[in-house]
Design a protein around this ligand. Sequence first.
Ligand code: F6P
Length: 326
Amino acid sequence: MNQPSKIAVLTSGGDAPGMNAALRAAVRTISWHKKLAYGVYRGYDGLISNDIKYLDARSVNHILGRGGTMLKSARSEGFRTKEGRQTAFDNLNAQGIDSLIVIGGDGSLTGAHLMHEEHGIPTIGIPATIDNDLMGTDESIGFDTALNTAVEAVDKIRDTAASHNRLFLVEVMGRNSGEIALATGIATGALAVMTPEEDLSVDDLIQILERGRRNKKTSNIVIVAEGYGKNGAEDLGRVIQKRTDLYETKVTVLGHIQRGGQPSVRDRLLASELGHAAVEALMNGKKDIMVGLKQSNIEHIPILEAVQSKKYLNPNYLQLVKELSI
Ligand code: F6P
């Protein structure tokens, strides 16, 4: 087995707190093995435009606790084409780079799979997305930090909601996923959680609100995933306000604040473990897999399985929201 000698690392798609920590761990582990690390800037766009620089162990000083990504990120249109991926491969080849580590979410990891499928280059994916929608890992990097941000914001909204007896619909991120919404809902004692997966109807929500009124609830927080219905919380707010005057309704969209900030301790630990595990996997001849952490064990899962399998919301969590919000 030929061990890799020059390994490129890139961050791609929506940034997630902890990407820097994963990059640092990967670069340091590559240096530990006395191999050469390269950083690709601006995700797959940088692979196509050949924005690739050598990184030594010192290049990743002081990034462990920083949000965002030192390498910058992009959602690359060019890489969606076969020609784009050919150029990307040619650029890696020209520098003698023989392996690629991709830190990102489902679209980014699919790109890593395609690079392996079309050009035979060993690729490893590291799950990093606040959406936490990948299979093969209990959590993806960034999820915990985003949750902490969302919970802190909702706690503040709760204060003002209670002071005015208002209903607040708080929209959290998750274009196709209710993971952030569900966990935030439990951690903030929300009345209900509206997710793309479960698709609770407006009628269901109104019934829950009526029950709350009967049970003398004075404030109500509903967490709405961005991907709920056609247009998340804004649409839902308009419909609710038309259908019932039980509560004055306000809508708050948390937005990109959830993607920023210093990674939590949990994300730093996860990112350090997965960054290290990705390099170890390459050293052991693995390719086209994602590294994940399940019940404290490092797991390898084929990238396609990680991105294509449907992830269901935890049914126990869904039940918790129902029972604890009476
Ligand atoms: O990172 C994932 C995600 O946060 C989704 O939940 C959200 O829909 C999307 O990114 C927004 O990304 P952009 O920065 O491209 O608007």
